[in-house]
Design a protein. Sequence first.
Length: 611
Amino acid sequence: MQFNEAQQEAVDFYQGPCLTLAGPGSGKTAVITHRTKNLIEKYGVSPSEILVVTFTKAAAMEMKERFLSLTNQTSTTATFGTFHAVFFTVLKYAYHYRAENIIRDEQKVVFIRNLLRHFPIDYEDENECIQTLLSEIGGVKNSNIPIEHYYSSNFPEHTFRDVFMNYQKMLQKNRLIDFDDMLVYTYELFSQRKDILALWQKKFRYILIDEFQDINGLQYEIIRMLAAPENNLFVVGDDDQSIYRFRQARPEIMLNFEKDYADAKRIVLNYNYRSDGNIVAAAGRLIAHNTGRFAKDIKAFHPAKEAVVCKTYRTQREENLGLIHALKEYTAAGGDWSDAAVLFRTNTQPRLLMQQLMEYNIPFRTRDNIPNIYEHWIAKDMESYLRIAHGSRRRADFLQIMNRPNRYIGRDSLEEDTVAFDVWADYYDKMEQSWIARRIDRLYHDCKMLAGMKPFAAVNYIRKGIGYDDYIKEYADQRGMNEEELLDILEQLTDMTKEFDSFDDWQKQKEKYLKELQRAMEKQRTKGEGVVLSTLHSSKGLEYDVVFLIDVNEKIMPYKKAVLDADLEEERRMFYVGMTRAKKQLYLFSVELLNNHSAEPSRFLKELQET
């Protein structure tokens, strides 16, 4: 393999600390595998003394396979693994843990669900609450902050601390550990048992780390201990692609590496072998607006052929049609569906797009779990209203909507499995609460109105005529929630009903949508036919001939919650990652209306065009 000058310098690097800055498409995997080969064949290092660390199991396997192919071997004593796999190996020797001691995801959910029964946490969606709790518990462990000094961002302080401590007690009682414990326990072990640390230092004399920009503080402290005293630490990454601060990744660790290791060598892999020259230039102009970064001059290996296409549409529905048209042109010219990707900021964005792709018979697969909008309680409310309007008298449907908005109706008024409006109203007349009976009569007449409407008109009537939007605002206000997020779900659902002439048509399409969603999720980790739908986070490390970034608007890119400079810089890095997934063509689409509200084009569009 022919290397450029910087790549060759990295491949030939022998001892001491080295920081290799590897831009998008710069051949970093080849550099890591060839350097590993060089350490063994050129410098006589024993393979068993080499540790190559990655962030994902798939990346570790790919790295190992490429190394074995390069060296014409079927096995090696060099270690290729994730941080968790390497640290679990350490714990296996120290504490005799086995695979069955690692808690499974479904066990974690059961533990937290049991704990929720004992703590005053107000939630509408139990699964969402459980995932938020587990995510925050992981955050505490990765940040290595004592729980008594931690302040929860999602739950009352004392409640979260109690849940955390009880969760840990349940783990210890069952001799179980989670993935975050692997880091915590290894750090504690190495800090307290210098004799055990010395054994592992002797074992792993040469350490190579991929995607170093994604390292968190705890991982770095363990690696620093492990690399000492020789400090043969070869780290590869791109500070401009650090996008995991929400998982406690700290890009400043990479920026300060040369302060921690004053004798560190810096090598810059500054050729992009992936993308069209225009894409490289535009991405470079964008990322130059970040201040917390290493300045780099990334050059394109490929000439500038295809212009970056920036287009604005009125609505997301029109944006999706523009995308579908461009996709059809691409495949008509000989392109493969699977070489195209649609990238977005959050995993709730592509719901309408997926429905429209299905209408045009365009195959797709997802790289993320796309939340099923029909499982959200707001969608269940809308469907219950319409089922009642079309003749359902199931008690469950009435319980779902009778106090949305609040009609002050008690559950005890619905004792039978089926409900008759006149009997129901009569119950309150007999209780001398005729004002509630009148509300039941009003609900009956509202449902009669809904029966004659198309789904789009019906949902709008529920929202404005029955007062559901006001109920959502009141609901959010009482719970300290963001009403905008709940109203956005309503807007998405409303938009998804536009094309249907009847409730029956909508329900048939819903069943088709759910099957397609399930199929797309089952295929998400496999290569195969279909346009790839992915969040910016999940697109990292991948490449496609043609890439579409959709909803390139303020409040989406950058995201509305990004207020601080550090958050905005992370959003810009995320956009940079998205742009640099494209090999040949890049489309950046924005809209004038987002969820029925006027929207501004993203500042990033202006930045990438500045000269």
